[in-house]
Design a protein around this ligand. Structure first.
Ligand code: UT7
Length: 330
């Protein structure tokens, strides 16, 4: 008997405060035209005082649990992807655990910046397959507004805050577990992860507990990140599809990291994918780093585009560089 992880439910959370490009143009030397043309972004949500990575994560997690019809106490594992934790330690995953009233489970954070959700999903999937737990919460949550240099127009217009979560449930691939009958190939079929630490200076935060003793601000050489992103994403998508035994033509939906509409278009073109199959939320959420993939996934599940049985590809690339993809039957 072997185990596989299925996505049993999704959820997301956004701070109520929505900031348009026009509002930003009143503060820094930019324009709605430049931001829309260069990135596709029209608005982003920004956390208010008291709204944190952990509070957004807990809200997304509650919605995912409700959608999955899974009680918090059934959760044996919480993996939270974030580059903006509430505190240097303890892990924000333990704050989420407490907020949900879960008395005992495994809980830790994963730091892979914009690829964080793909890393967290793969770690949780493998821990479920290995029998460490039967149900996991996998969350991507960020408050990048707190690490932006609001005087740097080249970066401050690009990011937003938010959270997305999924409940993963372990099922036996040749039977049923917990009353769940398993479809032929439902669940996470393959995932692939990469990192190349040589590119640190292209996308990083200029502070940290062990260097400056401060939190620091995000710094990015956008044009060079863009160039690497298109190549790495196309490569890892092909690699992961091959590992799952599927072809690009079979994909129902691509749920990409939402950094820039032009990256989404260029990657789809490189793979010969129909742009109509790419879920786009960057226009409304901007780049929410580790939250962007689960936020986009939840958006498309709730608006009815993603349906049970669809073949889905998740992909992301970000600071490190890190990049990765997952292929799953929803
Ligand atoms: O999530 C992690 C991964 N991150 C990414 O994937 C981000 C990848 N990079 C990008 O999305 C794009 O490179 C950006 C959106 C960041 C920038 O677009 P670009 O087409 O590469 O523009 P650029 O950086 O080459 O800047 C072009 C011009 C510059 O002016 P000059 O030097 O040509 O006079 C910038 O100073 O646009 C100027 N500029 C702006 N103008 C108005 C830069 N930011 C702004 C701004 N408003 N906010």
């Amino acid at each position: 008997m072997s185990r596989r992880s299925i996505i049993a439910g999704t959820g997301s959370a956004l701070p109520p405060r929505r900031v348009t490009n026009a509002e930003l143009a009143a503060q820094v030397d930019t324009s709605d035209e430049w931001i829309v043309e260069r990135t596709g972004i029209r608005a982003r949500h920004i956390a208010a005082p008291g709204e944190t990575t952990a509070t957004l994560a807990a809200e997304a997690a509650r919605k995912a649990l409700a959608a999955a019809n899974v009680a918090p106490d059934a959760i044996g594992l919480i993996v939270l992807a974030t580059a903006t934790p509430d505190q240097t330690f303890p892990a924000s995953a333990t704050l989420v655990q407490t907020a949900l009233g879960i008395r005992d489970c495994i809980a830790f954070d994963v730091a892979a910046v914009c690829t964080g959700f793909l890393y967290a999903l793969s770690v949780a999937d493998n821990m479920l397959k290995g029998g460490m737990a039967d149900h996991a919460l996998v969350i991507g949550a960020e408050t990048f507004s707190r690490i932006l240099d609001w005087e740097d127009r080249a970066t401050c217009v690009l990011f937003g805050d938010g959270a997305g979560a999924v409940v993963l449930k372990a099922v036996e691939t040749d039977g049923a577990v917990g009353g769940v009958a398993v479809n032929s190939d439902r669940g996470i079929l393959a995932s692939r992860l990469h990192a190349d630490g040589r590119h640190n200076e292209l996308l990083y935060v200029d502070g940290g507990p062990s260097t400056t003793g401060t939190v620091g601000k995000l710094r990015m050489k956008g044009k060079e990140v863009f160039r690497h992103a298109v190549v790495n994403l196309a490569d890892v998508l092909n690699e992961t599809l091959a590992a799952a035994g599927h072809e690009a033509a079979e994909i129902d939906w691509v749920v990409p990291h939402q950094a820039n509409k032009r990256i989404l278009d260029a990657t789809a073109k490189k793979l010969g994918l129909d742009p109509a199959k790419v879920i786009v939320t960057v226009d409304q959420h901007a780049n929410t780093s580790a939250a962007s993939v689960p936020l986009a996934l939840d958006t498309a599940v709730r608006d009815g585009r993603i349906k049970p049985g669809d073949l889905i590809v998740l992909e992301a690339m970000g600071g490190g560089f890190t990049w990765g993809a997952a292929v799953l039957r929803y």
